[in-house]
Design a protein around this ligand. Structure first.
Ligand SMILES: Cc1ncc(COP(=O)(O)O)c(C=O)c1O
Length: 478
């Protein structure tokens, strides 16, 4: 047998797989056990990007160089550790180890799910979850939707459907030139993916008309009217309003009842970007933050943010499910036999992607294993902890918060006595924290001022970790 044949045999050898798999899972379990400050204080071992890139040079070639279990220790040691309770930076969550295992099974089976036959179990599980989410949102039996790879793609999908529903002709066929100039009214605090989606749709960034927000970063009633006037001034016809549930920078929830009232009165499609905040629907204590969501035409919900799932899993849910077939009005005869709406199970009709990962299966497996109450408890605990952190920050006298947190996102800053450049100080603190590696937090600009920003997204983070963060900030600020 030549060496290629031998390699194929070895690559698919069940016993070799069992041995390698055990080595990998053992290393991951050890890594998890060490992911806490008593054993390993380092969350993120920062390395300069160019040096990092250089260090991976010449590490593979024509012949095998490193068995995966031998490469893994270095990957683990040099990665950002989202499992660490002191990872409190971005909204990308620590993954439930079980969900990671389910993800591994998804990669192993590799059922692409573009069409039913490529991933039958996953296709059915996705629809079960979409129905469950639609029910939580208060949508009726006509609701439907799909999963897509991330919130950015989800927002684009919803806005494409909104445009198709609002357009007088058929933009899909005739292109944007076949329509009078359109506009989308968006919270001034919207995620950049909204702006990007509108530009990708060929409408131009000028089509994005911001709606002013108040001091707590919620869209205002006057903001709606002024944005409408501004769209008119630009010679554009708005077709959608995008509200936050909740915003990225400060985690603020727009008043969805007010947004729905206003959108309805103007005949606009209401899309709610719930990438981060829709998971509050799970919590009896916090679901009122999304009051009015049942009146939205569409919303998105990222399970890789506030549902402890490995990236990426985004649900795009439509109140009138028929709209989910309008975003991509296209036919590929080698994939589809019937019209899109006759084939709910061939998801590629309704997604930007053709092949998708088995994302619904990861979430379904986790919901089945832990129960929905577990996720409800998680949201409640994280939102409670963030409010407690705000209380502690304010009690110190040397920190201030930007706004009272509404979700598990919090912006704050350190006020060092005698410091004239408070914005520069926050930048220096964040840089120093990054280089020390004991906490991972981020920063954001709000109304021209610089703030430190945390997302309390790891269920193993405690109030003691947050006290330690305040001490660390004081230390580096000195
Ligand atoms: C409100 C909001 N929408 C959309 C996105 C984009 O999501 P993704 O990173 O999954 O593309 C984010 C990401 O932070 C977000 O906070």
């Amino acid at each position: 047998m030549n060496s290629y044949d031998e390699q194929v045999k070895l690559a698919f050898d069940p016993e070799e797989f069992r041995r390698e798999g055990r080595k990998v899972v053992d290393q991951l379990a050890d890594f998890l056990a060490a992911s806490n400050s008593e054993i390993n204080p380092i969350v993120y071992p920062y390395e300069d990007p160019d040096k990092m890139f250089e260090s991976w040079a010449d590490r593979f070639g024509a012949a095998p160089s490193t068995p995966f279990p031998d490469l893994l220790p270095e990957i683990l040691a040099r990665s950002n550790n989202l499992l660490h309770p002191r990872f409190i930076g971005h909204q990308c969550t620590t993954a439930l180890p079980l969900a990671a295992l389910a993800g591994f099974v998804g990669q192993f089976l590799n059922n692409g799910s573009a069409v039913y036959e490529m991933g039958p179990v996953n296709v059915a599980m996705e629809r079960r979850i979409i129905r469950w989410m639609a029910g939580l949102a208060g949508f009726g039996p006509d609701a439907d939707g799909i999963f897509t790879s991330g919130g950015s793609s989800g927002n684009l999908t919803a806005l494409l459907a909104a445009r198709q529903a609002a357009a007088s002709g058929n933009v899909w066929r005739g292109g944007v030139g076949s329509e009078p100039p359109l506009a989308v009214l968006v919270s001034a605090q919207c995620h950049y993916s909204i702006r990007r989606s509108v530009a990708v749709m060929g409408l131009g960034e000028d089509a994005v008309v911001p709606v002013a927000v108040d001091e707590r970063f919620h869209m205002t009633a006057e903001g709606f009217d002024r944005a409408m006037d501004e769209a008119e001034r630009r010679g554009r016809r708005p077709f959608a309003l995008v509200a936050n549930g909740c915003s990225t920078a400060t985690g603020s929830y727009d008043d969805l009842e007010k947004a729905a009232d206003w959108a309805e009165s103007r005949g606009l499609w209401l899309h709610v970007d719930g990438a981060h905040g829709a998971a509050a629907l799970l919590s009896p204590k916090y679901r009122a933050l999304l009051r009015g969501l049942h009146r939205a035409d569409s919303f998105i919900w990222d399970a890789h943010k506030n549902m402890l799932m490995p990236a990426l899993i985004t649900a795009v849910v439509f109140r009138e499910g028929g709209h989910s077939y309008e975003a991509f009005s296209q036919k590929a005869s080698y994939l589809f036999e019937k019209s899109a709406a006759d084939e709910w199970y061939n998801y590629a009709h309704r997604t930007m992607e053709c092949t998708k990962t088995m994302m619904g299966m990861r979430l379904f497996a986790s919901l089945a294993a832990y129960g929905t109450d577990f996720f409800a408890g998680y949201i409640t605990a994280m939102y409670d902890l963030t409010r407690e952190f705000a209380r502690r920050l304010r009690a110190t006298g040397d920190f201030e918060t930007a706004v009272e947190p509404e979700s598990n996102i919090i912006c704050f800053r350190y006020l060092k006595a005698g410091e004239s450049d408070i914005d520069g100080l926050q930048r220096r603190i964040r840089r120093a924290l990054l280089e020390r590696g004991r906490f991972y937090i981020v920063q954001t600009e709000l109304a021209g001022r610089m703030w430190l920003r945390c997302t309390l997204i790891n269920p193993r983070t405690t109030a003691a970790d947050l006290d330690a963060l305040m001490d660390e900030i004081r230390t580096v600020a000195r």
